[in-house]
Ligand binder design. Structure first.
Ligand code: MF3
Ligand code: CO
Length: 256
């Protein structure tokens, strides 16, 4: 197995998928406000993907036998929910922090990205959590341009979060992306005990820092999917799918 380095032809297809994800996120961002029922986000994505001929990557996905098939096209995680929240009948409240994680498959290739938002006016803590997490994603993106090994990217993300004192979640992380949503390598948001595979042109990664306002510990809820913080603290998640091009330029495939 190992890492599948992509050709320029495959990068073009991955860009098409990434753009569908990025542009759909842009429209979702405009919907976020107190009073929005999150089921409207799920419905909007279904319409948008049908219109554009994209397949809902997340629907029925099961990464391992212990996971029931994922029942939606999107993960929506609110407040103490870190990732993999399942859309349900719930109305956004002023001060909530919401993460939207979306995947599209187009002509056989996948794009995967997540953004977090404050709903209405949020506390200064939430503003800082949003900023630190998004900045750490961009630190990882920049690091891909100079990294020799995947662990150099992991280290850059970790070092961007550490000064904040926020909890850096372990056990979940980024991944390779291609014809499947999850390819090798796994990309933790902290240093690994080994340097990981070589970063070379054609490598495509989803980087996805996950950060808690409180302690780093998380657990799975009873629905078999939703990951929540153990101490109930707020959490945040940003993700882009990125590629290293020939010549060393980093392209953010899911940036509209
Ligand atoms: N985008 C996520 C990831 O990278 C979540 C996918 S889980 C799913 O792992 F079940 F919803 F597909
Ligand atoms: Co992902």
């Amino acid at each position: 197995m190992g890492v599948k380095y992509k050709s320029e032809r495959e990068l073009k297809l991955l860009r098409d998928a990434g753009q569908i994800v990025g542009q759909t996120h842009q429209k979702i961002a405009e919907m976020i406000r107190p009073g929005l029922n999150i089921l409207e986000i799920e419905r909007f994505i279904a319409e948008e993907f049908a219109r554009r001929g994209a397949i809902e990557t997340f629907r029925n996905y099961s990464p391992a036998p212990k996971y029931p098939p994922y029942p939606s096209n999107v993960c929506i995680s609110i407040n103490d929910e870190l990732v993999h929240g399942i859309p349900r009948d719930r109305v956004l409240q002023e001060g909530d922090i919401i993460s939207i994680d979306l995947g599209a498959t187009y002509q056989g290739y996948v794009g995967d990205a997540a953004f977090s938002y404050g709903v209405g006016e949020v506390s200064d803590d939430v503003k800082q959590l949003l900023k630190v997490t998004e900045d750490s994603l961009w630190a990882g993106i920049r690091a891909m341009g100079t990294a020799k090994y995947v662990n150099d990217i992991c280290a850059a993300i970790e070092d961007a979060i550490t000064p904040s004192g926020f909890g850096i979640v372990r056990g979940y992380g980024g991944h390779g992306v291609g014809r499947s949503m999850h390819e090798e390598p796994h990309v933790p948001n902290h240093r690994m005990p080994h340097h990981g595979p070589r970063v070379r042109p054609g490598m495509v990664l989803a980087l996805e820092p996950m950060v808690n306002l409180g302690a780093a510990d998380v657990e799975e809820a009873d629905d078999g999917w939703t990951v929540v913080t153990k101490d109930g603290s707020l959490s945040c998640h940003f993700e882009h799918t990125i590629a290293l091009r020939d010549g060393g330029e980093v392209e953010v495939l899911t940036l509209p």
